[in-house]
Design a protein around this ligand. Structure first.
Ligand code: FES
Length: 110
């Protein structure tokens, strides 16, 4: 199966703490940069399906990893693995491959 990478925006325009929202192959995808690292994940909390559009982005003090915090009930997800770090969510976030190609950010969905 051939991978299909989709252009989602300018790498230079996505500053640390910033976010791009794009629909890619039927998925609502959030692309964020936290602590210099790019991450792409489905914009849907695994607890109750809430959108993560207004979610806080931060860095976990213990692990140094980027975290997204669901604005509805406060579940925290590790951006590097998708793992649900705190309830009420237990299932991981769906993550997508993301890369910089030239000056552009690209996402690959399954
Ligand atoms: S919808 Fe995200 S924690 Fe409940």
């Amino acid at each position: 199966m051939t991978e299909r990478w989709v252009d989602v925006g300018s790498a230079a325009a996505l500053e640390d703490g910033g976010r791009i929202d794009e629909e890619v192959d039927g998925f609502y995808v959030a692309i964020v940069r936290v602590a210099g690292q790019l991450h792409a994940f489905e914009d849907r909390c695994t607890h109750d399906g809430g959108p993560l559009a207004e979610a806080e982005l931060c860095v976990d003090e213990q692990t140094g990893c980027g975290v997204v915090v669901c604005p509805r009930h406060g579940s925290r997800f590790c951006l590097a693995t998708g793992e649900a770090m705190t309830p009420p969510a237990y299932e991981p976030l769906r993550r997508f491959a993301v890369r910089v190609a030239g000056a552009r950010i690209e996402v690959c969905t399954p």
